[in-house]
Every structure is written in C-alpha cells, then in structure tokens.
Design a protein. Structure first.
Length: 591
C-alpha cells in the first residue's frame, strides 16, 4: 500500500492531466456563466462540449510541451509559472486560429468567453501547482527554504528525493551545473531544469532562493567564487553534501576549513602504511590537536602498539576513549625519570614528539615554563629515544622557528638544532616544520566562531597579518610521510600553500554566518612576540624530495657539546631571552 502512495513521475503526470481536464471544464463553464450572468443562452450552451473538446486537447498538448506536467509540487517556482502562462497563450492562440478557420464547425460562441476562460484556467491550473508549496512553507513556519542545487549528478537526484520526502528543510527550485558538467545544461533532473554555472546569481534572484546546496566536487577556488556569487544573490545559507562512509550522505554547513584546506595531491598512503604498519609507536603530547591526530593516523595505518604520553589528564582521557587499546602515560616530558621508565617499558620503534607549548603570548608571559617544556622536554625525548634504541624519532617544529621574534619560536629553533646535531647512534632523528593547522587549540578559527556567534566584534591584531594554514589530518599525514622517507638528520618543510590574510579570513567567516551587517572587525594591535608574516624557509637552499609538498631545508651545523652547555645555561638563566639569543643569533625579540 505504501508503494502505491509513493509519488512517481508517471503518477504525477497522470494526476495533473486529469486535474487539468476537470479544472478546464470548471473554468469554461464559469466563463460561460460569467458572460451570461449565470443565465446561459441555450443556443450557446448547445455547443459547450464541442468547444471543450477542441480546447482541452490543445491545452494538454501545450502544457506538456512547456513542461507543465513535470512540475514537482514542492518545487513549483517562477519558471514553472512562466511556462504555464506560455502554454496557455499557445493553446488559446491555436484555438483562436482554429475558430477563425473552422468556426462554423465549432458553432456560435461569444468570443469574450475565451478571454474569461483564459484568465480563469490560468488561475486555477497555476494555483493547483502552487498549492503544495504554499502548504509546505506555511506548515514549516518558514523553515523550509528555496534552494539552488550546485551540481548536476547522482547526488543531486538524491537531494531532490530527500526534499520530496521532507527529510531536509529545503526545496530545490533550480539546478546549476558546475563547469565540469556543461553537457547537462538545459536538461532536467527530477523535472528541475539545469542552468549554466555563470547564471547562479541571476537564477537565485529570479527563483527567490535562500540557500545553496553543493553536490559537485568543487575546488577551493571554485568554492570561493560560489561564496562571492551567493553574497551577490543574498544567499547566506550554504550547505555541502558529504559522504559519511559507504553510500550514506548528509548535509553540512560550508566551513572556513573547506575554503582554506590545501588537499595536497601527493599524499602517499602506501608509504605511510609501510612506515607505520606493525611498529610500536610512542607519541608525546598525544592529547593535543596534532598529537591526537598523529595517534589516530598511526592506529589507522596499522601500528602494532601505541603509547600515548601527555601531562593533561583530560586530554589524555579523551584520546584514550578514542583509542582504547593504547597505553596511556600521564606525565610531563620534562620529567626524565618517568620518561625513561615509559620508554624502557614500551620499547618504541618510532617516537613522534608533538608535546610543546605553542601559544605565543602565553609563552611570552611564561618564559620559564616555555623554555623548560619546549627545550628541556624535547632534549629529554631525544636523549631517551637514543638511549632506548628507537629506530626513528620525529620532532614536530613550527614556522615560528624561522628568524624567530618570540620566545616560543626561539625555543623551537633550539630544539631543531639539538635534534639534528646530537650524536644519535642508531636512531634516525628528523624534524618537520609547518605552519598553523585549521581548528587546532589556540587557532584563530574557533576563536572567530565564538566571537561571531556572540554577535562580535571579531578581533584581529593587524590588518596585514598573514598566516599559513593546513587541515590537521593533512598536516599529520604529511608529517608521517616525511618521516617515512627520512634517513636521519633532515629538517623537512611542509608546503603550506599561499599565506592567508587573517582580516580576509575574518570577513569570509562573517559572510558564511550571514552576519556581515551585524558583526564588525576590530584591530587590537600586534601581541608581544607576534610577527606580521610567518616564514617557512630560512634561506633558498631547500632541496626537493620525491613529493611536491615536502622539502628539505639546509642543515645548520652546531657543535653538540657546545649546544648542550648552552642549553644547560639557558635552563638556569634568569634572562631567558639573552640566553636564547646566544644559541639563536637571528632571534630578534619583539616581546
């Protein structure tokens, strides 16, 4: 029984044809009635059925020709109304020609009846098709929105079915093909016309669209163009169809991550899997944004065992819930005794050191803690990894280590120098340097989201400040990929793409929230130690690898005995900035 009631294209056409026949009969009778003040002259009424028999087939044919029988009730829009008007003009025009040529056969009739019937038929047939849309909109109290679907593909048909079944709060009024789908322009998907990509804004305005649903595979540049077109058309609600796994899909908000993510094309899953599979891996800072994703990736790529180290109880608990088979070690890497005990017990083959204090202003305000955690903590991890005979140690660094202007960047540069100059015995030690990751703890993006949701203002330190960005999963995969090809002693640089102006990022996020007239941007001034522009390379001597997204920086030689003495002096020094500058001469502190 349920199958019989389920709407199909054939049932819809049959329903509309039958309805149009009945409504046309009603409109013609009303036209005669209005013409004769409902006292119809019998001599005119005698050929009523003849007029109907001639006019009705013309109307059905023209409505079919102008797609009047392919309207989905829920999606009836301005284009459909125009098509019904055109069909009526064509049908009644043809009837007038026929009547002029063979009126004697049809019989006498007042010509005004045809004009009255034209208006009544147009109103009744149009109203029938608009009825369900009106009911849906009123019952949803405005929550169901007219939407443009961007993409002419199988996902589009699925979105339309979901809309018909009331599973999503949108009703597609038009489809816009992506530039890769130009062959679909002019065709129909589920009776909805497909338009060219460059007509999106005009189609959206003519159809009164309030939302955009993206089903096409779309590059970042194309996404940015779409956002600009939506802004021109007054559309703030932008959704994307995402595949959850298997065939299940869902609609999600278009995020700033979608617009900024690099999606490097040279991710080598096979190389990462060969590097990780069957190995015992220890991750420090495993509860943080980078460390937790590294841990998940290692589990995904088949690590034989995982040991997760973090000094935050909550963060360690959270990653432990996600990876229940992992060994959890709650201590700080500055505690060498506990670190050695964990290393000796677990016997890692690969160590990935992600533990660090990374927040620039906090490190400026807490120089002692920053030096102890970043420099002493990293030295402990390096020495303990060598002592236990780990096969490979990966030290995660930052773009702020390049010509540092703050304590955090300077401490990370010291750790690079130590990791790459220490006598490492059988342990291959590499460092990997990259910029900001989208959505990490301390990132501007979560901060901007909170500020926009509160109604603003959005605070940016400087109009010209720029940063590099990459998605956390992609950055972590590239870290593992760099480690997989490392031989020891390399400083790898991840290609972060083009830098992004933070003020532009803030404006884009405000637009995505549809709050451009409500939320303002306030410039607060550079914070202690903060640079306007970050750099990834110290000089132009970097070397290419087999992967376009990974480079190797020129190695800086530093006598390790001297460096160890200077690190000891740094730990003990009252003036941390001066002690850091003795190790990192290019450090120009702006605290």
């Amino acid at each position: 029984m349920k199958g019989l009631l389920r709407p199909t294209s054939g049932k819809r056409i049959a329903f509309f044809m039958l309805s149009d026949m009945l409504l046309s009969l009603l409109s013609l009778y009303l036209a005669y009635g209005l013409r004769f003040n409902f006292a119809i002259d019998p001599r005119f009424l005698a050929n009523f059925w003849t007029v109907y028999a001639v006019l009705m087939p013309l109307k059905v044919a023209m409505l079919y020709l102008f797609k009047g029988y392919f309207v989905v009730w829920r999606f009836f829009g301005f284009e459909d109304a125009k098509n019904i008007f055109k069909a009526h003009v064509a049908a009644y025009g043809a009837f007038a020609l026929l009547y002029g040529a063979a009126g004697h056969w049809i019989g006498p009739m007042p010509r005004s009846v045809i004009g009255i019937d034209f208006v009544l038929s147009l109103l009744l047939i149009g109203a029938l098709r608009a009825l369900k849309r009106l009911i849906v909109e009123n019952s949803a109290h405005g929550e169901v929105k007219a939407a443009i679907v961007y993409g002419a593909n199988a996902k589009t048909a699925g979105i339309i079915r979901s809309a018909l079944d009331g599973e999503i709060p949108y009703y597609p009024v038009a489809i816009v093909a992506s530039p890769d789908e130009t062959e679909m322009v002019g065709s129909y998907i589920s009776n909805i016309r497909v338009h060219a990509a460059d007509t999106l804004a005009s189609v959206a305005r003519s159809e009164g669209a309030e939302a955009l649903v993206i089903t096409a595979a779309t590059s970042q540049e194309a996404l940015r163009r779409l956002v600009r077109q939506c802004e021109d058309a007054g559309i703030a609600d932008i959704k994307r169809v995402r595949l959850l796994g298997g065939r299940e899909e869902r609609l999600e908000e278009l995020s700033i991550e979608d617009l900024l993510a690099r999606h490097p094309k040279d991710l080598d899953s096979a190389a990462i899997a060969a590097f990780i599979r069957g190995k015992r891996v220890l991750v420090t800072g495993a509860g943080g944004s980078i460390g937790s994703e590294i841990a998940r990736q290692c589990a995904h790529y088949g690590a034989a065992a995982l040991a997760l180290v973090d000094h935050s109880e909550f963060n360690l608990y959270r990653i432990g819930e996600a990876l229940p088979d992992a060994e959890l070690d709650l201590f700080s890497v500055t505690d060498r005794r506990l670190l050695d005990e964990a290393m000796q017990r677990f016997r890692p083959q690969i160590v990935i050191h992600a533990a660090a204090y990374k927040h620039v202003p906090l490190c400026e305000a807490n120089k002692e803690a920053a030096v102890r955690n970043n420099v002493l903590g990293t030295k402990n991890v390096v020495d303990a990894s060598i002592a236990v005979g780990a096969e490979k140690l990966v030290v995660i660094s930052t773009d702020k280590a390049v010509r540092p202007t703050n304590v955090m960047g300077a401490t990370k540069r010291v750790t690079e120098l130590y990791a790459l100059n220490v006598e490492s015995a059988a342990t291959e030690i590499v460092a990997v340097r990259f910029g900001n990751v989208l959505g990490s703890s301390g990132s501007v993006i979560p901060k901007f989201k909170r500020q926009i949701e509160r109604g603003g203002p959005v605070t940016v330190t400087h109009p010209d400040i720029t940063r590099y960005f990459m998605l956390i999963p992609e950055a972590c995969q590239l870290v593992l990929q760099a480690a997989a090809i490392a031989k020891g002693g390399e400083l790898f640089i991840l290609d972060m793409g083009e830098p992004v102006r933070i003020a532009d990022l803030a404006r884009t996020m405000i637009r995505l929230y549809g709050r451009e007239n409500e939320v303002e941007i306030v410039y607060t001034g550079l914070r202690p130690g903060e640079k306007l522009y970050e750099e990834l390379l110290i000089d132009e001597s970097e070397k290419k690898t087999q992967y376009a997204s990974i480079f190797i920086a020129a190695k800086t030689r530093y006598p390790v005995t001297k460096l160890e003495q200077e690190i000891d002096a740094l730990i003990a020094a009252d003036d941390k900035v001066a002690a850091l500058r003795r190790i990192v001469p290019e450090f120009e502190h702006k605290g």
